[in-house]
Ligand binder design. Structure first.
Ligand SMILES: [Zn+2]
Length: 448
């Protein structure tokens, strides 16, 4: 296996070796860059395209102006198009994580009070390296399903879209829609409600009319997805994960507004009742789904609702969160939901429920997202099913998912590669050494 290194030195060498002064930038070491402008031919030892059931040997992928224009064997590189030799690699579609918090990180969980004083500039300064880590781990698209500091995820998304910050394509929820004191509210012990800055509570509402108004504000502000906190949260004070927080009427009000705008709604719901309420209200995906029951599984199948079950991070919280002295209440609720969520993941998958890859990154360190693949396989999925959950199936639940999630003509040129065969050993996805987004190479194997 070739030595793997991150962008920087190796790409600088590649660049010097292969670029001429007037050529478009194909190897990106840092911002600024021109998004979706890359031209490159990838020669892959094997290709998993995100749709077919099997990998195909020796496939080339041609990307022109950021878009996949051809796949096949022994394609000819158009004049001036660079070739990346991945003969001992497996290529896959850029991965999609449907549940991230790229703007936030795990260090803050044991001191949520930090959010009261951190300003927007500081928040974004902290977020940019996290976005970069996420992309370099192989995730070219993420759905950022919540921030405490309202709209900071939108700022990050827009920077990436302008090519001034290196990171994945982001679908963002501008803020959490949540009841006062609910799982998305930042009510903290010993803190008066009036002392919480307004930018931390943009989506706090009570009653169908208020929720309708908040949904409108999110959509008008540019949210790609609406996130409702339907039941209690693990990593928040006072919430009971199994207990409903939003009413069916409130959930329906949000979905009604979002449907008109063509914006999907995803529901944070650990509890069995809230999962059913949210599905019947018309959400497109359920986050966590820890305590889902047979009826909830049946409804998810019937309504084609994707289950985004974060089956990895419970172990991280139980060990590292405990070591970092997270609040005892959080640790207890994590312990109460970890095993049962995995058992229910197995059950939901066996029953045929649609499952998407959602890891809740930010709860654990960004960049470790691929760890979840091994858990999905351990708890019942085949490696190919886990890969599809993070590619074409995830894409089908994104607002504009038809352009990502698979390697086929017409989709954006988002391709990753790993040395080895992830269908034999899914854990190789923890070592993504090639990341191409929009035809631009952000990470490549060393060329020694
Ligand atoms: Zn989350």
């Amino acid at each position: 296996m070739k030595k793997q290194i991150a962008i920087g030195l190796s790409l600088a060498l590649l660049w010097i070796a292969s670029a001429c002064a007037s050529a478009p930038t194909t190897f990106v070491t840092d911002a600024p860059f021109k998004p979706n402008s890359g031209n490159i031919l990838l020669r892959c030892g094997a290709l998993i395209d995100g749709i077919n059931e099997h990998a195909r040997p020796q496939q080339d992928v041609l990307i022109q102006d950021g878009v996949i224009t051809a796949t096949g064997t022994r394609l000819t590189a158009p004049a001036g198009t660079k070739v990346l030799d991945l003969a001992d690699h497996t290529c896959l579609p850029g991965l999609i994580d449907m549940h991230t918090h790229v703007v936030e990180s795990q260090q803050d969980t044991n001191d949520l009070y930090i959010y009261l004083t951190r300003n927007e500039t500081e928040t974004l300064d902290l977020a940019r390296p996290l976005a970069r880590k996420t992309l370099l781990a192989g995730f070219t698209s993420v759905r950022n399903v919540g921030v405490y500091y309202g709209w900071t995820s939108r700022s990050l998304r827009d920077e990436i879209n302008r090519g001034v910050t290196v990171g994945p394509r982001m679908d963002v929820a501008g803020f959490y829609l949540t009841i006062p004191g609910g799982g998305g509210d930042l009510l903290l012990p010993d803190l008066a409600e009036s002392d919480i800055p307004a930018h931390l509570r943009l989506g706090v509402a009570r009653g169908a009319d208020q929720f309708r108004q908040k949904a409108r504000e999110a959509i008008e502000g540019g949210a790609d997805v609406i996130k409702v906190i339907a039941s209690g949260a693990v990593l928040a004070y006072g919430g009971v994960p199994g207990a409903p927080e939003m009413t069916p009427e409130e959930l329906r009000a949000v979905v009604e507004v979002a449907n008109k705008a063509g914006v999907p709604v995803t529901a944070h719901a650990h509890g069995a009742q809230s999962i059913k309420d949210a599905i019947l209200a018309g959400v497109t995906t359920i986050e966590h789904a820890s305590l889902i029951d047979d009826e909830g599984i049946r409804l998810a199948i019937e309504h084609n609702v994707g289950l985004s079950m974060d089956v990895f991070n419970g172990d991280w919280i139980a060990t590292e969160g405990r070591r970092m002295q997270w609040p005892e209440e959080f640790l207890r609720k994590n312990d109460e939901t970890t095993l049962i969520q995995r058992q229910n993941f197995r059950k939901a998958h066996a029953a045929g429920a649609p499952i998407v890859f959602g890891s809740d990154s930010g709860v654990y360190p960004h960049g470790m997202n691929p760890r979840q693949f091994s858990y999905m396989v351990e708890w019942g999925m085949s490696p190919m099913e886990a890969i599809k959950a993070a590619t074409s199936i995830a894409a089908s639940y994104l607002k504009n998912g038809a352009r990502v999630g698979a390697i086929e003509r017409g989709r954006l040129g988002d391709v990753i590669a790993v040395a080895g065969d992830p269908l034999r050993d899914i854990s190789v996805l923890q070592h993504v050494d090639t990341v191409v987004m929009g035809g631009l190479v952000f990470k490549a194997p060393a060329t020694d």
